[in-house]
Design a protein. Sequence first.
Length: 404
Amino acid sequence: MITNDIIIEQSKKYDSFYLYDEEAIINNINRLKNNFVGVDFLYSVKCNPHTLVLDTIFKNKIGSDAASLNEVLISKEKGVSKENIYYSAPGKNRKSIEQSIDIAVIIADSLSEIEFIDEIARNKGIVVNIGVRINPDFSFTGDFGGSSKFGIDEEQFIEKFPSLKEKKNIKITGIHAHVKSQELEKNNLVNYYKRMFKLSEKIQNVLGYELDFINLGSGIGITYSPDDVEIDIESLAKETVGIIKSYKEKFKNTRIFIETGRYLVGKNGIYVTKVLDKKFSRKKKYVILSNTLNGFVRPSMSKTVMKYASSSPMPYEPFFTCEDAFQFKALTDRSDRETVNLVGNLCTAIDVIAEDISLPVLEKDDVIVITNAGAYASVLTPMQFSSQEKPPELFLNTKNEVIE
Ligand SMILES: *Cc1c(COP(=O)(O)O)cnc(C)c1O
Protein backbone atom coordinates (compact mmCIF):
# COMPACT_ATOMS: atom_id res chain seq x y z
CA MET A 1 0.00 0.00 0.00
CA ILE A 2 1.22 3.50 -0.78
CA THR A 3 1.85 5.39 2.47
CA ASN A 4 2.89 8.98 3.14
CA ASP A 5 6.28 7.71 4.36
CA ILE A 6 6.93 5.98 1.03
CA ILE A 7 5.97 9.14 -0.87
CA ILE A 8 8.14 11.40 1.28
CA GLU A 9 11.07 9.02 0.93
CA GLN A 10 10.87 9.09 -2.88
CA SER A 11 10.33 12.83 -2.99
CA LYS A 12 13.79 13.27 -1.48
CA LYS A 13 15.13 11.83 -4.76
CA TYR A 14 12.66 13.26 -7.29
CA ASP A 15 10.88 16.58 -7.59
CA SER A 16 8.00 14.84 -9.33
CA PHE A 17 7.10 11.25 -10.09
CA TYR A 18 4.32 8.74 -10.67
CA LEU A 19 3.83 5.87 -8.25
CA TYR A 20 1.76 2.79 -9.11
CA ASP A 21 0.55 0.30 -6.54
CA GLU A 22 0.82 -3.36 -7.52
CA GLU A 23 -1.19 -4.70 -4.60
CA ALA A 24 -4.12 -2.42 -5.39
CA ILE A 25 -4.00 -3.42 -9.08
CA ILE A 26 -4.10 -7.10 -8.10
CA ASN A 27 -7.05 -6.43 -5.78
CA ASN A 28 -9.01 -4.91 -8.66
CA ILE A 29 -8.13 -7.78 -10.98
CA ASN A 30 -9.38 -10.25 -8.39
CA ARG A 31 -12.51 -8.27 -7.79
CA LEU A 32 -13.41 -8.48 -11.48
CA LYS A 33 -12.40 -12.10 -11.91
CA ASN A 34 -14.08 -13.39 -8.78
CA ASN A 35 -17.37 -11.72 -9.64
CA PHE A 36 -17.61 -11.92 -13.44
CA VAL A 37 -17.49 -15.69 -13.66
CA GLY A 38 -17.33 -16.82 -17.28
CA VAL A 39 -15.99 -13.50 -18.57
CA ASP A 40 -12.43 -13.10 -19.85
CA PHE A 41 -10.94 -9.66 -19.34
CA LEU A 42 -8.65 -7.77 -21.69
CA TYR A 43 -6.47 -4.92 -20.47
CA SER A 44 -6.47 -1.80 -22.63
CA VAL A 45 -2.73 -1.33 -22.80
CA LYS A 46 -2.98 2.24 -24.07
CA CYS A 47 -4.14 3.57 -20.69
CA ASN A 48 -0.89 2.63 -18.97
CA PRO A 49 1.75 0.51 -20.73
CA HIS A 50 4.30 0.66 -17.89
CA THR A 51 6.32 -2.54 -18.12
CA LEU A 52 5.76 -3.67 -14.52
CA VAL A 53 2.07 -2.78 -14.67
CA LEU A 54 1.80 -5.01 -17.75
CA ASP A 55 3.72 -7.81 -16.01
CA THR A 56 1.34 -7.69 -13.06
CA ILE A 57 -1.75 -7.69 -15.23
CA PHE A 58 -0.67 -10.38 -17.69
CA LYS A 59 0.69 -12.60 -14.90
CA ASN A 60 -2.77 -12.51 -13.42
CA LYS A 61 -4.29 -13.95 -16.58
CA ILE A 62 -5.77 -10.84 -18.11
CA GLY A 63 -5.46 -10.69 -21.91
CA SER A 64 -4.44 -7.75 -24.06
CA ASP A 65 -6.61 -5.14 -25.78
CA ALA A 66 -3.99 -3.72 -28.12
CA ALA A 67 -4.53 -0.44 -29.97
CA SER A 68 -1.36 -0.49 -32.07
CA LEU A 69 1.20 -2.87 -33.54
CA ASN A 70 3.61 -1.94 -30.75
CA GLU A 71 1.06 -2.88 -28.11
CA VAL A 72 0.61 -6.23 -29.88
CA LEU A 73 4.38 -6.78 -29.93
CA ILE A 74 4.82 -5.81 -26.27
CA SER A 75 1.99 -8.16 -25.23
CA LYS A 76 3.50 -10.99 -27.24
CA GLU A 77 6.92 -10.32 -25.71
CA LYS A 78 5.38 -10.55 -22.27
CA GLY A 79 4.10 -14.01 -23.02
CA VAL A 80 0.47 -13.36 -23.91
CA SER A 81 -0.78 -15.99 -26.37
CA LYS A 82 -2.36 -15.21 -29.73
CA GLU A 83 -5.89 -16.02 -28.61
CA ASN A 84 -5.53 -13.53 -25.77
CA ILE A 85 -4.30 -10.54 -27.80
CA TYR A 86 -6.98 -8.57 -29.65
CA TYR A 87 -5.80 -5.83 -31.94
CA SER A 88 -8.47 -3.21 -32.56
CA ALA A 89 -7.79 0.22 -34.04
CA PRO A 90 -8.92 2.24 -37.05
CA GLY A 91 -6.53 2.69 -39.96
CA LYS A 92 -4.09 -0.18 -39.58
CA ASN A 93 -1.33 -0.01 -42.18
CA ARG A 94 0.19 -2.93 -44.07
CA LYS A 95 3.10 -3.37 -41.68
CA SER A 96 0.78 -3.49 -38.67
CA ILE A 97 -1.37 -6.20 -40.22
CA GLU A 98 1.55 -8.22 -41.60
CA GLN A 99 3.40 -8.24 -38.30
CA SER A 100 0.41 -8.95 -36.07
CA ILE A 101 -1.45 -11.47 -38.21
CA ASP A 102 0.31 -14.51 -36.73
CA ILE A 103 0.50 -13.35 -33.11
CA ALA A 104 -2.80 -11.59 -32.41
CA VAL A 105 -6.45 -11.73 -33.35
CA ILE A 106 -7.01 -8.77 -35.61
CA ILE A 107 -10.30 -6.91 -35.31
CA ALA A 108 -11.11 -5.36 -38.68
CA ASP A 109 -12.36 -1.81 -38.33
CA SER A 110 -13.96 -1.29 -41.76
CA LEU A 111 -15.19 -3.14 -44.83
CA SER A 112 -12.08 -2.08 -46.75
CA GLU A 113 -9.88 -3.32 -43.95
CA ILE A 114 -11.49 -6.76 -44.17
CA GLU A 115 -10.45 -6.84 -47.83
CA PHE A 116 -6.97 -5.60 -46.94
CA ILE A 117 -6.50 -8.37 -44.36
CA ASP A 118 -7.82 -10.94 -46.85
CA GLU A 119 -5.27 -9.76 -49.41
CA ILE A 120 -2.38 -9.90 -46.94
CA ALA A 121 -3.44 -13.37 -45.76
CA ARG A 122 -3.67 -14.53 -49.39
CA ASN A 123 -0.14 -13.27 -50.07
CA LYS A 124 1.06 -15.19 -47.04
CA GLY A 125 -0.85 -18.28 -48.13
CA ILE A 126 -2.87 -18.50 -44.93
CA VAL A 127 -6.47 -18.33 -43.78
CA VAL A 128 -7.03 -16.17 -40.69
CA ASN A 129 -9.84 -15.88 -38.22
CA ILE A 130 -10.63 -12.24 -37.60
CA GLY A 131 -13.05 -10.21 -35.56
CA VAL A 132 -14.96 -7.19 -36.79
CA ARG A 133 -15.67 -4.06 -34.84
CA ILE A 134 -19.35 -3.26 -35.06
CA ASN A 135 -20.85 0.19 -34.61
CA PRO A 136 -24.13 -0.92 -33.04
CA ASP A 137 -27.47 0.70 -33.69
CA PHE A 138 -27.92 1.48 -29.98
CA SER A 139 -26.13 3.29 -27.19
CA PHE A 140 -25.78 2.86 -23.42
CA THR A 141 -29.02 4.70 -22.93
CA GLY A 142 -31.07 4.29 -26.07
CA ASP A 143 -32.16 2.33 -29.10
CA PHE A 144 -30.35 4.37 -31.71
CA GLY A 145 -26.68 4.35 -32.64
CA GLY A 146 -24.77 7.31 -33.97
CA SER A 147 -22.31 7.77 -36.77
CA SER A 148 -18.77 6.77 -35.81
CA LYS A 149 -15.25 6.59 -37.14
CA PHE A 150 -14.99 3.23 -35.36
CA GLY A 151 -16.17 -0.07 -36.76
CA ILE A 152 -18.79 -0.99 -39.34
CA ASP A 153 -22.40 0.03 -38.84
CA GLU A 154 -24.40 -2.99 -37.73
CA GLU A 155 -26.85 -2.75 -40.66
CA GLN A 156 -24.03 -2.24 -43.18
CA PHE A 157 -22.24 -5.33 -41.91
CA ILE A 158 -25.38 -7.44 -42.17
CA GLU A 159 -26.08 -6.18 -45.67
CA LYS A 160 -22.53 -6.80 -46.88
CA PHE A 161 -21.96 -10.15 -45.19
CA PRO A 162 -22.89 -12.31 -48.22
CA SER A 163 -19.99 -10.81 -50.18
CA LEU A 164 -17.62 -10.98 -47.19
CA LYS A 165 -18.41 -14.67 -46.95
CA GLU A 166 -16.85 -15.15 -50.40
CA LYS A 167 -13.44 -14.07 -49.16
CA LYS A 168 -11.23 -17.12 -49.09
CA ASN A 169 -8.47 -16.06 -46.72
CA ILE A 170 -10.44 -14.67 -43.80
CA LYS A 171 -13.18 -16.02 -41.61
CA ILE A 172 -15.13 -13.73 -39.33
CA THR A 173 -15.20 -15.46 -35.97
CA GLY A 174 -15.82 -12.66 -33.50
CA ILE A 175 -17.36 -9.27 -32.96
CA HIS A 176 -16.23 -6.30 -30.93
CA ALA A 177 -17.99 -3.12 -29.91
CA HIS A 178 -17.00 -0.29 -27.62
CA VAL A 179 -19.31 2.68 -27.46
CA LYS A 180 -18.56 4.45 -24.19
CA SER A 181 -16.02 4.72 -21.40
CA GLN A 182 -16.40 5.87 -17.81
CA GLU A 183 -19.96 4.76 -17.08
CA LEU A 184 -21.00 4.82 -13.43
CA GLU A 185 -24.67 3.84 -13.86
CA LYS A 186 -24.97 0.11 -13.41
CA ASN A 187 -28.25 -0.11 -15.32
CA ASN A 188 -26.79 1.54 -18.40
CA LEU A 189 -24.11 -1.14 -18.53
CA VAL A 190 -26.61 -3.95 -17.95
CA ASN A 191 -28.88 -2.66 -20.72
CA TYR A 192 -25.92 -2.27 -23.04
CA TYR A 193 -24.80 -5.85 -22.40
CA LYS A 194 -28.36 -7.09 -23.04
CA ARG A 195 -28.48 -5.25 -26.36
CA MET A 196 -25.04 -6.59 -27.27
CA PHE A 197 -26.15 -10.19 -26.79
CA LYS A 198 -29.27 -9.56 -28.83
CA LEU A 199 -27.09 -8.12 -31.58
CA SER A 200 -24.72 -11.09 -31.36
CA GLU A 201 -27.60 -13.47 -31.82
CA LYS A 202 -28.79 -11.52 -34.84
CA ILE A 203 -25.30 -11.56 -36.35
CA GLN A 204 -24.87 -15.28 -35.72
CA ASN A 205 -28.12 -15.93 -37.53
CA VAL A 206 -26.75 -14.04 -40.51
CA LEU A 207 -23.36 -15.78 -40.35
CA GLY A 208 -24.91 -19.21 -39.97
CA TYR A 209 -22.32 -20.36 -37.44
CA GLU A 210 -21.41 -19.77 -33.81
CA LEU A 211 -18.98 -16.98 -33.02
CA ASP A 212 -15.72 -17.78 -31.23
CA PHE A 213 -15.92 -14.56 -29.25
CA ILE A 214 -17.99 -11.54 -28.38
CA ASN A 215 -16.01 -8.60 -27.08
CA LEU A 216 -18.33 -6.25 -25.19
CA GLY A 217 -15.73 -3.48 -24.99
CA SER A 218 -15.23 -1.33 -21.95
CA GLY A 219 -17.48 1.03 -20.05
CA ILE A 220 -16.97 0.37 -16.36
CA GLY A 221 -16.12 3.70 -14.78
CA ILE A 222 -14.25 4.78 -11.67
CA THR A 223 -14.85 7.66 -9.27
CA TYR A 224 -12.97 10.83 -10.19
CA SER A 225 -14.94 13.64 -8.58
CA PRO A 226 -15.69 13.51 -4.84
CA ASP A 227 -19.36 13.61 -5.93
CA ASP A 228 -19.09 10.43 -8.02
CA VAL A 229 -20.71 7.30 -6.62
CA GLU A 230 -18.80 4.08 -7.08
CA ILE A 231 -20.42 1.48 -9.32
CA ASP A 232 -21.62 -1.61 -7.47
CA ILE A 233 -19.35 -4.15 -9.19
CA GLU A 234 -20.75 -7.17 -7.35
CA SER A 235 -24.28 -6.34 -8.41
CA LEU A 236 -23.27 -5.45 -11.99
CA ALA A 237 -21.40 -8.75 -12.22
CA LYS A 238 -24.34 -10.71 -10.86
CA GLU A 239 -26.68 -9.35 -13.50
CA THR A 240 -24.09 -9.74 -16.26
CA VAL A 241 -23.38 -13.36 -15.33
CA GLY A 242 -27.14 -14.00 -15.48
CA ILE A 243 -27.40 -12.52 -18.98
CA ILE A 244 -24.41 -14.57 -20.15
CA LYS A 245 -25.83 -17.74 -18.65
CA SER A 246 -29.03 -17.56 -20.64
CA TYR A 247 -27.07 -16.63 -23.78
CA LYS A 248 -24.79 -19.62 -23.32
CA GLU A 249 -27.72 -21.98 -23.31
CA LYS A 250 -27.87 -21.37 -27.04
CA PHE A 251 -24.24 -20.54 -27.81
CA LYS A 252 -22.05 -22.71 -25.63
CA ASN A 253 -18.64 -22.17 -27.12
CA THR A 254 -18.50 -18.41 -27.47
CA ARG A 255 -15.91 -16.66 -25.31
CA ILE A 256 -17.13 -13.45 -23.72
CA PHE A 257 -14.67 -10.60 -23.28
CA ILE A 258 -14.90 -7.32 -21.40
CA GLU A 259 -12.16 -4.76 -21.88
CA THR A 260 -10.94 -2.47 -19.19
CA GLY A 261 -8.16 0.01 -18.75
CA ARG A 262 -9.01 2.54 -16.11
CA TYR A 263 -10.81 0.16 -13.75
CA LEU A 264 -7.58 -1.77 -13.08
CA VAL A 265 -5.15 1.11 -12.75
CA GLY A 266 -6.87 4.50 -12.77
CA LYS A 267 -7.12 4.93 -9.02
CA ASN A 268 -4.01 2.88 -8.30
CA GLY A 269 -1.52 5.46 -9.38
CA ILE A 270 -0.68 8.86 -7.95
CA TYR A 271 1.32 11.79 -9.21
CA VAL A 272 3.61 13.50 -6.76
CA THR A 273 5.00 16.98 -7.21
CA LYS A 274 7.00 19.37 -5.06
CA VAL A 275 6.86 23.05 -4.19
CA LEU A 276 9.76 24.77 -5.97
CA ASP A 277 8.90 28.36 -5.14
CA LYS A 278 6.20 30.61 -3.79
CA LYS A 279 5.32 34.19 -4.60
CA PHE A 280 2.80 36.92 -4.02
CA SER A 281 1.54 39.10 -6.87
CA ARG A 282 -1.20 41.73 -6.58
CA LYS A 283 -3.34 39.97 -3.96
CA LYS A 284 -2.74 36.45 -5.25
CA LYS A 285 -0.41 33.78 -3.90
CA TYR A 286 1.27 31.40 -6.34
CA VAL A 287 2.71 28.06 -5.40
CA ILE A 288 5.07 26.95 -8.15
CA LEU A 289 5.25 23.19 -8.56
CA SER A 290 7.51 20.84 -10.45
CA ASN A 291 6.24 19.43 -13.78
CA THR A 292 2.49 19.93 -13.76
CA LEU A 293 1.25 20.41 -17.35
CA ASN A 294 4.36 18.61 -18.62
CA GLY A 295 4.26 15.89 -15.94
CA PHE A 296 0.55 15.12 -15.57
CA VAL A 297 -1.39 17.09 -18.15
CA ARG A 298 -4.96 16.31 -17.20
CA PRO A 299 -5.43 18.66 -14.22
CA SER A 300 -4.27 21.65 -16.29
CA MET A 301 -6.37 20.39 -19.19
CA SER A 302 -9.42 20.43 -16.92
CA LYS A 303 -8.64 24.03 -16.01
CA THR A 304 -8.34 24.95 -19.67
CA VAL A 305 -11.64 23.28 -20.60
CA MET A 306 -13.42 25.01 -17.72
CA LYS A 307 -11.97 28.35 -18.71
CA TYR A 308 -13.82 28.18 -22.04
CA ALA A 309 -16.91 26.25 -20.99
CA SER A 310 -20.14 28.13 -20.41
CA SER A 311 -21.74 25.65 -18.02
CA SER A 312 -20.69 22.15 -17.03
CA PRO A 313 -19.11 20.64 -20.12
CA MET A 314 -19.63 17.04 -21.24
CA PRO A 315 -16.80 14.60 -20.59
CA TYR A 316 -14.45 13.95 -23.48
CA GLU A 317 -12.55 10.83 -22.51
CA PRO A 318 -9.76 10.28 -21.90
CA PHE A 319 -8.71 13.93 -21.91
CA PHE A 320 -11.47 15.55 -19.92
CA THR A 321 -13.68 13.89 -17.31
CA CYS A 322 -14.95 16.70 -15.08
CA GLU A 323 -13.81 19.88 -13.36
CA ASP A 324 -12.82 18.24 -10.09
CA ALA A 325 -11.49 14.91 -11.37
CA PHE A 326 -8.19 15.17 -9.50
CA GLN A 327 -7.68 15.90 -5.82
CA PHE A 328 -4.66 17.73 -4.46
CA LYS A 329 -3.36 16.63 -1.07
CA ALA A 330 -0.61 18.54 0.67
CA LEU A 331 1.62 16.33 2.82
CA THR A 332 2.27 18.71 5.68
CA ASP A 333 1.39 18.88 9.38
CA ARG A 334 0.72 22.62 9.25
CA SER A 335 -2.87 23.27 10.17
CA ASP A 336 -3.25 26.94 9.18
CA ARG A 337 -4.60 27.32 5.67
CA GLU A 338 -4.40 29.85 2.89
CA THR A 339 -5.90 30.38 -0.54
CA VAL A 340 -3.43 29.88 -3.38
CA ASN A 341 -3.04 29.20 -7.08
CA LEU A 342 -1.17 26.01 -7.95
CA VAL A 343 0.93 26.54 -11.07
CA GLY A 344 3.79 24.71 -12.78
CA ASN A 345 7.33 25.66 -13.67
CA LEU A 346 6.85 25.84 -17.44
CA CYS A 347 7.33 29.07 -19.35
CA THR A 348 3.70 29.30 -20.37
CA ALA A 349 0.74 30.79 -18.53
CA ILE A 350 -1.50 27.81 -19.33
CA ASP A 351 0.39 25.71 -16.78
CA VAL A 352 -2.20 26.10 -13.98
CA ILE A 353 -3.77 23.23 -12.05
CA ALA A 354 -5.81 25.04 -9.40
CA GLU A 355 -6.99 28.58 -8.73
CA ASP A 356 -8.12 30.01 -5.41
CA ILE A 357 -7.86 26.67 -3.69
CA SER A 358 -7.65 26.45 0.09
CA LEU A 359 -4.72 24.33 1.25
CA PRO A 360 -2.53 24.10 4.34
CA VAL A 361 0.19 26.75 4.18
CA LEU A 362 2.86 25.41 1.85
CA GLU A 363 6.59 26.02 1.95
CA LYS A 364 9.41 25.23 -0.45
CA ASP A 365 10.06 21.45 -0.75
CA ASP A 366 6.60 20.49 0.52
CA VAL A 367 5.04 17.63 -1.35
CA ILE A 368 1.66 17.54 -3.10
CA VAL A 369 -0.06 14.33 -4.13
CA ILE A 370 -2.47 14.29 -7.07
CA THR A 371 -4.96 11.41 -7.20
CA ASN A 372 -6.36 9.33 -10.08
CA ALA A 373 -3.07 9.26 -11.97
CA GLY A 374 -2.90 5.58 -12.93
CA ALA A 375 -4.66 5.66 -16.33
CA TYR A 376 -4.39 8.11 -19.25
CA ALA A 377 -1.96 10.12 -17.16
CA SER A 378 1.71 9.78 -18.06
CA VAL A 379 0.84 8.58 -21.58
CA LEU A 380 -1.19 11.68 -22.46
CA THR A 381 1.32 14.19 -21.16
CA PRO A 382 3.49 16.38 -23.42
CA MET A 383 6.73 15.66 -21.57
CA GLN A 384 8.99 16.93 -24.32
CA PHE A 385 7.77 20.45 -23.82
CA SER A 386 10.63 22.80 -22.88
CA SER A 387 13.03 19.90 -22.40
CA GLN A 388 12.35 19.48 -18.72
CA GLU A 389 13.47 16.35 -16.90
CA LYS A 390 10.71 13.76 -17.22
CA PRO A 391 9.10 12.51 -14.02
CA PRO A 392 9.96 8.83 -13.50
CA GLU A 393 7.22 6.22 -13.20
CA LEU A 394 7.84 4.27 -10.00
CA PHE A 395 6.23 0.98 -9.07
CA LEU A 396 5.53 -0.21 -5.55
CA ASN A 397 5.52 -4.02 -5.68
CA THR A 398 3.81 -6.43 -3.30
CA LYS A 399 7.04 -6.74 -1.31
CA ASN A 400 6.80 -3.02 -0.59
CA GLU A 401 9.84 -2.25 -2.73
CA VAL A 402 9.82 0.82 -4.93
CA ILE A 403 11.18 -0.02 -8.39
CA GLU A 404 12.09 2.49 -11.05
C1 LIG B 1 -9.51 3.00 -24.72
C2 LIG B 1 -10.35 1.82 -24.95
C3 LIG B 1 -10.74 1.00 -23.88
C4 LIG B 1 -10.42 1.32 -22.45
O1 LIG B 1 -11.39 2.08 -21.82
P1 LIG B 1 -11.40 2.30 -20.25
O2 LIG B 1 -12.46 3.29 -20.05
O3 LIG B 1 -10.06 2.77 -19.85
O4 LIG B 1 -11.71 0.97 -19.62
C5 LIG B 1 -11.43 -0.15 -24.18
N1 LIG B 1 -11.75 -0.47 -25.44
C6 LIG B 1 -11.42 0.30 -26.49
C7 LIG B 1 -11.78 -0.14 -27.85
C8 LIG B 1 -10.73 1.47 -26.27
O5 LIG B 1 -10.41 2.26 -27.31
